[in-house]
Design a protein around this ligand. Structure first.
Ligand code: DSN
Length: 445
């Protein structure tokens, strides 16, 4: 496919071709994944990768940055305009480094931070115990109710009791719209910085399919490769509210990114981000973002019509969290992920609220519509896909996770071998491939 790569390194070219085929022939339904456009890919693979640019536009530690400055300023201005914020830093390498920089800008070691509990759908960097954010800081997690929604009585109680310096709003497995205004009331009452991590829903925010946190929070962080359809990367934005609270907030964030936690920015990544942000400002992107949510709602309805249980009985965004613990068995997310993969449908196993097993053998799966909507699929296809999924999941019925941890390893090995040869799943895979042929993937021939 790529002339230079194919000649220089046929081994990597072969792997690339195989991955392209996988991305093309299957249904990509991990809610945090998407397809970047050919223009974004071109910018990402460009000669901007050759340049060192430590520092910021007009304040670099290296020469030769005339055009790089122009590039980074373009990305910054586009981000500010799209999200309605006065300050944007486009240098974070990805979402986790963006969040680490926020800690470094605002907190001292052992300060208190509150975030959405990981097994309840939160993110590692919001204070989970194995992350540096849960070890160098005192982490007080908040939880969700049995309905799956955030328990705001608990958030308020914990905030009053522990007086956090920083509260995160944002999650990775939460099928509801974020209620930024409720968090703002609590954070303001205890004098905490409020930071929205909108990595999952940033594209929906731009499309008007999710409320914009800019009015309610001090800082916004996001990745750039999920619903924004950009390159892998991160951004940090400071809001008017944040600057009013702390006029030095923008400088604090910039210093925390460089030199605080990162070295030279990845300007090829920033170039691709600039391109994605231009694409995201179009009318067709607004239509895309709204279609992502419409598709998720139809998919949720189809799954429930097939008697599958969803956290929150549906979705308000791009994501569906399916609880398989009662329909099948505790830990069934593991079986479901592999069975669906055998059927050409990629999802990820995920914990559910009040998870009965563990994050490695969780009882749910997480599904999303951003990538399949990018391919142009609509409501009609969602009904088809929902029925494929329900049909495929029937094949996990005979399997039950052994209680004995040592017995599990051999059992799961046998399971994986069997599931990839399951005839019914292979039949569904053929149907999936037929459907996928009608919806090309941007950037793959
Ligand atoms: N790994 C991302 C996700 O899948 O949601 C979060 O960082």
């Amino acid at each position: 496919m790529t002339t230079f790569l194919g000649k220089t390194d046929p081994e990597v070219q072969k792997i690339l071709d195989l991955e392209a085929k996988r991305q093309k022939d299957g249904l990509e339904m991990i809610p945090s994944e998407n397809y970047a456009s050919p223009a974004v890919l071109e910018a990402l693979g460009s000669i901007f990768t050759n340049k060192y640019a430590e520092g910021y536009p007009d304040k670099r530690y290296y020469g030769g940055n005339e055009y790089i400055d122009r590039l980074e300023k373009t990305a910054i201005e586009r981000a500010k305009k799209l999200f309605g914020v006065p300050h944007a830093n486009v240098q974070p390498y990805s979402g986790s480094p963006a969040n680490f920089a926020v800690y470094f800008a605002l907190l001292n070691p052992a300060d208190v931070v509150m975030g959405h509990n990981l097994p309840d759908g939160g993110h590692l960097t919001h204070g989970w115990k194995v992350s540096v954010t849960g070890t160098y800081f005192k982490s007080v997690p908040y939880h969700v109710l049995p309905s799956g929604r955030i328990d705001f009585d608990e958030v308020e109680k914990l905030a009053k009791q522990h007086k956090p310096k920083l509260i995160w709003v944002g999650a990775t497995a939460y099928p509801f719209e974020f209620e930024f205004e409720k968090f703002a009331k609590i954070a303001d009452a205890v004098g905490a910085y409020l930071v929205a991590d909108i990595a999952h829903v940033a594209g929906l925010v731009i499309a008007g399919a999710h409320k914009n946190p800019a009015l309610y929070v001090d800082i916004i962080t996001t990745t750039t490769h999920k619903t924004l359809r950009g390159p892998r990367g991160g951004m940090i934005m400071v809001t008017d509210k944040g600057l009013k609270k702390d006029p030095e907030l923008a400088e604090k964030i910039d210093r925390a990114v460089f030199p605080g936690t990162q070295g030279g920015p990845h300007e090829h990544q920033i170039a691709a981000l600039a391109v994605a942000l231009k694409e995201d400002s179009s009318a067709s992107f607004k239509k895309y973002g709204r279609q992502v949510v419409k598709n998720a709602k139809v998919l949720a309805k189809t799954l429930m019509a097939n008697k599958l249980q969803l956290v929150g009985n549906g979705t308000e965004n791009h994501m569906i969290l399916m609880d398989l613990s009662k329909t099948y068995c505790p830990g069934a997310g593991y079986f479901a992920q592999y069975a669906l993969e055998a059927a050409g449908i990629t999802v990820n196993k995920n914990t559910v609220p009040a998870e009965p097993v563990s994050p490695f053998y969780p009882s749910g799966i997480r599904l999303g519509t951003p990538a399949i909507t990018t391919r142009g699929m609509k409501e009609k296809e969602m009904v088809k896909i929902g029925n494929f999924i329900a049909q495929a999941l029937k094949e996990i019925k005979p399997y039950r996770l052994p209680d004995d941890k040592n017995a599990r390893i051999q059992f799961l090995k046998n399971f994986r071998e069997e599931i990839y040869e399951n005839k019914n799943l292979l039949e569904i895979k053929k149907e999936v491939e037929k459907l996928c042929k009608k919806f090309p993937v941007p950037g793959i021939k």
